[in-house]
Design a protein around this ligand. Structure first.
Ligand SMILES: *Cc1c(COP(=O)(O)O)cnc(C)c1O
Length: 429
């Protein structure tokens, strides 16, 4: 049971020095709990390795993994920048104290309003993903706006698998292989208020194999050589995120230090071998900073056995606080918080409370015999949970409680029914 810095003390699960049963009693369930020291330690690990291995760098936290003002208040003082993909994420980052000159704006279809808003607020860099975006930027930029171009190196990676193709079908990026990346980069010289700074790619998520990143570096640096020959300089290289975390026993991702050390060294070598100027390295870890910092606490309600099939234990959360199992069969593990090291005797499917048959959080897990009222902790829920939560079935999005050194406080306050209905308007023609 090693997820983030959670610990079992006298059979009870603790996080950030807080007892999980007491957290559930104090704040109610469902509840997201977030260990700020764990997230900070991972963020620091990224920064520290790069300081040693590749001093010209920026670590941009990928906001989409977990976006609320508190996360920027935590990460900005550690020297991190942020990657945002919408006006809403940008607003939250600025409000959380992230400096605009450390913000990279991604997205394949930024709206005109978003482009205008980002320029007015002095965002450091756009990661351009369409010709239309160049037109929009040019319309509003009063001084030369830095941009990277999102390229598609033809590597796609997920957990233990990666595929290499010459043409990846993706809505993101311009293909290097078919010449469209070079075309758009050359077209930027038409705009006197847009400044081409370099390339960005992001090859996937929850990647365990360093080889995927190495192949991406090979392809992108080959492309830099080609651009250099056409007289185009590449000052920055954004390699995206995708570093994996542990969700279930048996997952064994590299440590952030190992991922970064390998990336930095591999890039340094490639640059040297190919005789290109070392670009500023930008990395954008999202999941790996916040994923294992979070757990979700639920209360077990109805337990129902379907003879000779399975036993469902239903909890007071579900796809509204965690859509990942129904979206892409994501796997999780869980523990009973006050019997965390008790031997598993029974098998359960942990069901959510939404009106969808597919709302099952864990389909088959061995646990001690469950009773109504037991508090269950699902592990590694800090990334892509709160940020993906919805009000489906008009369930309230659970609050997020930050924990540190045995203390706890809200990081995101609870939603009330009134909050949920706040924007409902009366039909009046
Ligand atoms: C999603 C995304 C990230 C973060 O990915 P993780 O797997 O959470 O590390 C970084 N950069 C870009 C462009 C992304 O789309």
């Amino acid at each position: 049971m090693e997820f983030g810095n959670t610990k079992i003390k006298k059979h009870r699960l603790t996080i950030g020095g807080c007892d999980c049963l007491e957290l559930a009693q104090k704040y109610g369930t469902p509840l997201y709990v977030f260990d700020v020291d764990y997230a900070a330690s991972v963020a620091k690990a990224y920064v520290d390795v790069l300081k040693r291995e590749y001093p010209d760098f920026t670590v941009c936290y990928a906001s989409k993994a977990f976006c609320c003002t508190g996360i920027y208040e935590l990460l900005a003082p550690l020297g991190l920048g942020a990657d945002v993909v919408s006006g809403g994420e940008l607003y939250t980052a600025l409000r959380g104290g992230m400096s605009a000159d450390k913000i990279y704006f991604h997205g394949n279809n930024k709206t005109e309003a978003e482009v205008k808003y980002a320029i007015e607020n002095g965002v450091e860099c756009f990661v351009v993903d369409s010709e239309r975006e160049l037109t929009l930027i040019s319309r509003y930029a009063k001084k030369p706006q830095n941009v990277l171009v999102r390229v598609n190196p033809g590597v796609e990676a997920h957990t233990h698998r990666f595929i290499q193709t010459t043409l990846v079908d993706s809505k993101f990026g311009f293909s290097i292989a078919d010449g469209s990346a070079e075309e758009i980069i050359i077209s930027i010289s038409k705009y006197n208020n847009i400044n081409f700074c370099g390339l960005a790619c992001h090859i996937g998520s929850q990647i365990f194999e360093k080889q995927s990143f190495e192949i991406a570096i090979d392809k992108v640096t080959d492309f830099i050589v080609k651009l250099n020959k056409s007289g185009i300089n590449v000052e920055r290289l954004d390699l995206g995120g995708g570093y994996g975390i542990k969700y279930v026993e048996g997952d064994s991702p590299l440590t952030p230090k190992e991922y970064m050390q390998n990336t930095a060294r591999y890039l340094k070598n490639a640059v040297k071998e190919k005789g290109i100027a070392p670009p500023r390295l930008i990395v954008e870890p999202g999941r790996s900073i916040v994923g294992e910092a979070g757990i979700t606490l639920y209360t077990v309600g109805a337990i129902k056995t379907i003879k000779d099939v399975k036993t469902y234990a239903a909890v007071d959360g579900g796809m509204f606080d965690n859509p990942r199992p129904s979206l892409y069969d994501a796997a999780y593990t869980a523990v009973v918080v006050d019997r965390a090291d008790e031997i598993a005797t029974d098998k359960y499917s942990i069901a959510g409370k939404c009106c969808e048959s597919g709302d099952v959080l864990i389909d088959g897990i061995e646990l001690p015999h469950l009773l109504e009222g037991d508090i269950l902790a699902v592990m590694s829920t800090g990334a892509y949970h709160y940020s993906m939560a919805s009000n489906y079935n008009r369930n309230a999005v659970p609050p997020v409680v930050a924990v540190k050194d045995g203390k706890s406080c809200y990081m995101v306050k609870p939603q009330t029914y009134e909050d949920i209905a706040r924007n409902d308007a009366k039909i009046e023609f």
